[in-house]
Ligand binder design. Structure first.
Ligand SMILES: [Zn+2]
Ligand SMILES: [Zn+2]
Length: 255
């Protein structure tokens, strides 16, 4: 069984949250035989989410579980604001993600040249330190695209990526968080799933649970790469995926 918990109907604000548009995602999910999907808009577009529209689509697809999550952009100092934003809400799950290092939108093509102006190992250290802080904030259920920093293909040289990741994984274990296997890296220059196999192996050794997401920003991207992601997870030794409802989790077998 496959599911897609990382979907942006609003993309980066270029689409509207209307019923017709939401329905296209659900139809694609049905076609691809996904058992569950979850919309996880970027929190900056939160005011544009219309739960009533989603509800109508949910009613039209009774066999497909349609969850509502949120992808929150974490940076240090935002904790209280995030806490306030989530208070009293009824999301099924919250993804915590790092998209900026000190204001630098490193995953945006317009700003990727900045990789050349800094020591790559410093960049890796800064990025994973931010992921660690996001985890330790205990505000989130899921770690989003864990090794996104590799997006353009830059690799650390002074030490292995595992060395950067290991302390973060220990924090994730302690925080009882889930890591998503995010297939969107397959359509980026790095051409790899987030996180990489060698990280997944460390995750499994720590018994850190996983879920799946395509990071679709368009209905056509829904579910894209998830079979490959699930296949890799199974090769590493994973057998189950986490599903969320009202921020409580259950396990299902990977299809
Ligand atoms: Zn993201
Ligand atoms: Zn996303």
């Amino acid at each position: 069984m496959l599911l897609d918990y990382h979907i942006h109907a609003l993309a980066h604000g270029e689409y509207d949250y209307d019923e017709f548009w939401i329905r296209l995602f659900a139809e694609n999910a049905r076609q691809k035989k996904l058992v569950e999907i979850g919309f996880s808009e970027h929190d900056e577009y939160l005011p544009r989410i219309k739960p009533d529209k989603l509800k109508r689509v949910q009613e039209d697809f009774p066999k497909l579980k349609i969850r509502i999550g949120l992808e929150v952009d974490y940076h240090p100092g935002r904790e209280e604001e995030i806490q306030r934003m989530l208070a009293g809400s009824n999301y099924d799950y919250i993804i915590g993600s790092i998209h900026f290092i000190d204001g630098w939108g490193f995953d945006h093509p317009d700003f990727k040249d900045q990789f050349a102006t800094q020591d790559i190992d410093d960049i890796y250290a800064d990025y994973f330190s931010l992921v660690n802080q996001a985890v330790n904030s205990r505000l989130f259920d899921v770690v989003g695209h864990m090794d996104l920093i590799k997006i353009w293909g830059h690799r650390p040289v002074k030490q292995s990526v595992q060395a950067y990741v290991e302390p973060v994984l220990n924090s994730i274990k302690a925080a009882r968080m889930v890591i998503e296997i995010n297939s969107s890296g397959l359509r980026k220059p790095v051409g790899e799933i987030y996180p990489a196999r060698e990280i997944m192996e460390l995750m499994l050794a720590l018994d850190i649970p996983i879920t799946l997401g395509s990071d679709a920003h368009h209905p056509s991207q829904l579910g894209e790469g998830l079979e490959e992601a699930a296949c890799l997870a199974k090769e590493v030794g994973y057998r189950q995926l986490v599903t969320f409802s009202n921020r409580r989790r259950e396990l299902i077998e990977i299809g």
